[in-house]
Structures are given as C-alpha cells and as structure tokens.
Design a protein around this ligand. Structure first.
Ligand code: F6P
Length: 359
C-alpha cells in the first residue's frame, strides 16, 4: 500500500498531530507514505511530493501549522490560471491530479481539510479516487462530527484575549469589541464569549440590532458596570444587513469575511458616548501549539483514518461521535454546513446569565 497525505485550506492547530499519527499507523502496517505538499499543488507538478518516514514526523505532534504546508487557492477543479491579458481564469485540472496519482502508484489518499477541502475530496471520490477525509477547521463548521480539531485551541486563544481585555475595559470604563474568526459560523465567538463571560456576543446565526447592543451596554452602565466586552464573530451581521467583507480575495479564493469590529466600536461610541475600542484577533487563533484536547483528537483522527483506509471505506471521513471516532460518508457531512443552533443550551444559558445576543 502506498498512501498519500495532503493538508488543504487554512492551517489549524493539530494538523501535524494528524500527520504523525497517520504516518506511524501506516508504517506499522508495512505501508509506504508520501506527503503531497501545499494541498494538491504537489500532484499538479507545482510543488513537491516527499516521502513521510518515522524521521519526518519525529517531534511534530505539539507544533502548529503543517509540515506539508497548505493553501486555500488550489482547488484543482477551479484552478486559477493567469491568461496573457493578466486576467485569471478558473481551469479544471482535476484529470492532471488523477493522472499523477496513477503515475506515482498512489493507492489511497488521506485528505485533511475543512468543508472546502472535503468538498474537493468528495468530487475526486466521485471521479474514482480512493480517498478518506479528516475534518479540520478552527471554525467547527463541519457536520457529522461533534467537533473538529483546531477549534478548542482557537477558543482557548480567544478566551485568553477576552480575559486580558477585561483588564483594560474595566480600568478605563471602555467598551472593547473583540472580533474572532469562524467565517459564517459563530462557534468560536459563542464558546469563548460564554466561557469568558462577555456581555454581548454577536454571531451570524442570530442577526443583531445595534439598538439592542447599545441598550445592553447602557443598562450595565446604569448598574455601575461602566465597561462592556463585546465578542463578535467575523461573519455576524445586523438584521436586514449584510456581513462585512475585507479587501479583495485572490483568484480562486473564497471571499474574506471580517472587519466588523472596527465599525461596531465606532457605531457604539457614537450612540452611547462611551469610549469604544476594537481588536481583531485574526490568525493568532490559527497559530501556536494545539491544546491537549486538539492534540488527542487529531491523533485519534489520524490513526482511525488509516483504519478506514484499511477497511477501504472510500469517500468516508472520520468523525467524533463520542465516545468513538467513526467513519461517515463525506457526502453526508457536506450536505448541511454546521451552524450554531440558537436554541442550544449554550445560547440559553448565555441568555439566562445576562449575555445579550443583540436581538
Ligand atoms: O476557515 C478558517 C478561517 O480561519 C476562517 O475562520 C477565516 O474566515 C478564514 O479561514 C481566513 O482565511 P485566510 O487565512 O485565507 O484569510
């Protein structure tokens, strides 16, 4: 068996722990393992393909990032190719990938990625590639698994920021708006906001009303709580409005959501007269060492992914369905993106403890 591994989409803490567990599990079965560098670029002849040995995965489980590197611009079905006029056209290069797989004698591929990468893996599966998926994303927006690795680390980073921002907010009687990642899902904002006892949490699943947000801040002020912490998911948007988009995306890249915190802080200051500041936590949430929870989950995903390859369950992905890691069809997981359920107990408890969702 010659197994290949690739990492696609944004990096997430725990990728190296998956790679390590998968490589060692495969080697212990007597298999050979290849690493495809930078998503599918390696298979398109635009980057390397490297042997993955015991030596190459030594001492990497605790490291953030991915030793295979990654990209969110390398969808082989819609690959951006620059034309002589400088414009980019999206070209289908998927057959080149399949040809490279054949030429290299690759028997199976483990694709580690978020919803975008898993959707690409699913399309390759439909074209005959023997592929198994591993769900990765700090956003926690993949269905069928209780959680993805990377999410716990991102929540811990956001929580640390909330704890630290409390100091300045309280000392200066300020409103501080913290923007966290999550794209169109509010899990990072919700979990870190509730754990960090934020005063207002704004998530895409519950469109907000600025008046309600300001009412909450002023109600606290009247009670002698002259500061407020607002945690906003980058994809949150006002009722009847739209999400905030920053800058232009590169060809082949999905649109970049974000920039809402600055606008919100400005609007809150204008309406309440309270000094308001903002902070965008950004890629700090994707960096650093994975938490113990993420490291363990990643190792389990990597090891079980090799079992799934052994069982020849092509087109499946590993998923946490406590207490077990199971294999489910990728198509099933991709059918509906995972979003915060506004009736979930975390939202109910947040409301009961006085947190406003601005609705
Ligand atoms: O999907 C993970 C994620 O970090 C999102 O939370 C965020 O919107 C996006 O990726 C940012 O991507 P990039 O690194 O391309 O700016």
């Amino acid at each position: 068996m010659r197994l290949a591994i690739s990492t696609g989409g944004g990096d997430a803490p725990g990728l190296n722990a998956v790679i390590r567990a998968a490589v060692l599990s495969a080697i212990s079965r007597g298999w050979e393992v290849l690493g495809i560098c930078r998503g599918y670029y390696g298979l398109l002849g635009e980057d390397e393909i490297i042997p993955l040995t015991r030596e190459s995965v030594r001492g990497i489980a605790h490291l953030g990032g991915t030793i295979l590197r990654t990209t969110n611009r390398g969808n082989p079905f819609e690959f951006p190719v620059q034309q002589p006029d400088g414009q980019y056209h999206l070209v289908d290069r998927s057959d080149e990938v399949l040809a490279a797989v054949r030429n290299l004698g690759i028997d199976a591929l483990i694709s580690i990625g978020g919803d975008g990468s898993l959707a690409i893996a699913q399309r390759f599966f439909e074209k005959g590639l023997r592929v198994v998926g591993v769900p990765k994303t700090i956003d926690n927006d993949v269905s069928g698994t209780i959680t993805t690795f990377g999410f716990d680390t991102a929540v811990s980073t956001a929580l640390e920021a909330i704890d630290k921002l409390h100091t300045t907010a309280e000392s200066h009687d300020r409103v501080i708006v913290l923007e966290v990642m999550g794209r169109n899902a509010g899990f990072i904002a919700l979990h870190s906001g509730v754990a960090g006892t934020a005063d207002v949490i704004l998530i895409p699943e519950i469109p907000y009303d600025l008046d309600r947000v300001c009412e909450k801040i002023m109600a606290r002020d009247r009670m002698g709580r002259h500061f407020s912490i607002v945690v906003v998911a980058e994809g949150a948007y006002p009722r009847g409005g739209e999400e905030s988009i920053i800058g232009a995306s590169l060809p082949g890249q999905s649109r970049r959501v974000g920039g809402i915190a600055g606008r919100l802080a400005y609007d809150i200051e204008q309406r309440t007269g309270k000094e308001s500041r903002s902070l965008v936590l950004g890629h700090l949430q994707r960096g650093g060492m994975p938490t113990g929870y993420d490291r363990l989950l990643a190792a389990r995903f990597g090891g079980v992914a090799v079992e799934v390859v052994e069982q020849q369950k092509w087109g499946h992905m590993v998923a946490l369905q406590s207490p077990h890691i199971v294999a489910i069809p990728m198509a099933e997981a991709l059918a509906t993106p995972r979003r915060v359920d506004p009736t979930h107990d975390i939202v109910r408890v947040a409301r009961a403890t006085g947190i406003s969702f601005g609705d």
